[in-house]
Design a protein around this ligand. Sequence first.
Ligand code: C5J
Length: 222
Amino acid sequence: MAQIPDALPFSFTFDPATTALIVIDMQRDFVEPGGFGETLGNDVAQLRQIIPTVAALIAAARKHGLPVIHTRECHRPDLSDLPPAKRDRGKPSLRIGDLGPMGRILIAGEPGADIVPELYPLPGEIVLDKPGKGAFYATSLSDDLAKLGTKSLIFAGVTTEVCVQTTMREANDRGFTCLLAEDSTASYFPEFKAAAIEMIRAQGAIVGWTAQTAKIVEALND
Ligand code: C5J
């Protein structure tokens, strides 16, 4: 068993043999200028800064044989999985499906919907396209984790309070023990990231634990 004594709200114990790393939506559309995140008026620099830390976490997971699962929030080219309630929200300069500088915004197969080159999946790693915020909704994630025998999940990616937190809550309800790598997740709003982290680990880890990436890597290396 591996242990992270400095995890919050208290020490986190996990078996690397039944743990997977899930990297949420590290896509060019959220992280790079000209993508969906920026069309919503956000400063993507907040998200870009975690790339080296996420890369270190992925490298440690690969080194120790943990499955690395990548998700991409995106929709079919015919938009059949994009409800108007999602598409017509707010006043972005470009909506999902519109043509932007990195192809059609958040559409599967377009350059913008793909994962940033620095964190690109290796051949054989699971890559899930998801139409919702949670990675369990309308994807094969439950089946994939059952096949892998996964019991614990380590989370990284963006954005903390939207797709990361939603997926952690879904995982928690499905019986997985969840750990969020605090400095491998980001929000366009630092105060939302801080609040999400507090919510996750409140009330005795009601959704899960949190720890610094270096401590997770250390626990894997021990
Ligand atoms: C958002 C996400 N923020 N990946 N998606 O719309 O968190």
